[in-house]
Design a protein. Structure first.
Lengths: 115, 113
């Protein structure tokens, strides 16, 4: 029940294309869904996050879509750039219960954007 | 404003030795979290601490691992009698309170030989 399943494991996109990464969760107590970007040898950096009271959130080229009934959420990267090449992790926590910071992470998606 | 500081960045230990990883949270942050990332895997929650208190240690292995966050000084993750399976990246994160976004440090890479 604590798992967050992420797909695909790896993704190759051409410059200017749209990158889409999907996550699914089981625990209905989860109420905070962030996405993190991680470069090799670095720590995860928060990209964008959403709460279940909205179905979509957009920040620049990054959009989270959230489907509460299906228990799924996804990250869309518009106009993908080579500098976006990194590993992306979805995560979830029961912010209203334990804390924002006790996160359950997906397995990660390695994104490669070709010039 | 300095970010979350972790040291050492890289640590090599022989089997059976002890590893101590340190984490200084961001200024003004009194909540610290430790995560472990095994090769090719996502991060796994280990422990959540406030100053002088362990709030949630549900992700900590039952033996050899301990964590503290004293009133003064950094948070310490201690691994006694390390084994090869402890080789991983250990990330610390901090937040201002339990209801705020957490920010990760750059990690400490432990290699057990």
């Amino acid at each position: 029940q604590q798992q967050v399943k992420q797909s695909p494991q790896s993704l190759i996109v051409q410059k200017g294309g749209i990158s889409i990464i999907n996550c699914a969760y089981e625990n209905t107590a989860f109420d905070y869904f962030p996405w993190y970007q991680q470069f090799p040898g670095k720590g995860p950096a928060l990209l964008i996050a959403i709460r279940p009271d909205v179905s979509e959130k957009k920040e620049g080229r990054f959009t989270i879509s959230f489907n509460k009934s299906a228990k799924q959420f996804s990250l869309h990267i518009m106009d993908s750039q080579p500098g976006d090449s990194a590993t992306y992790f979805c995560a979830a926590s029961n912010a209203g219960g334990t804390s924002y910071g006790k996160l359950t992470f997906g397995q990660g998606t390695i994104l490669t954007v070709h010039p | 404003n300095a970010g979350v500081m972790q040291n050492p960045r890289h640590l090599v230990r022989r089997r059976g030795q002890e590893a101590r990883l340190r984490c200084s949270p961001m200024k003004g942050h009194s909540h610290v979290y430790w995560y472990r990332q095994l090769p090719e895997e996502g991060l796994k929650f280990m422990v959540y601490l406030q100053k002088e208190n362990i709030i949630d240690e549900s992700g900590m292995p039952k033996e050899r691992f301990s964590a503290e966050f004293p009133k003064e000084g950094p948070s310490i993750l201690r691994i006694q009698q390390v084994v090869r399976g402890d080789s991983a990246a250990y990330f610390c994160a901090s937040s201002e309170s339990r209801g705020n976004t957490i920010y990760f440090g750059e990690g400490s890479w432990l290699t057990v030989v």
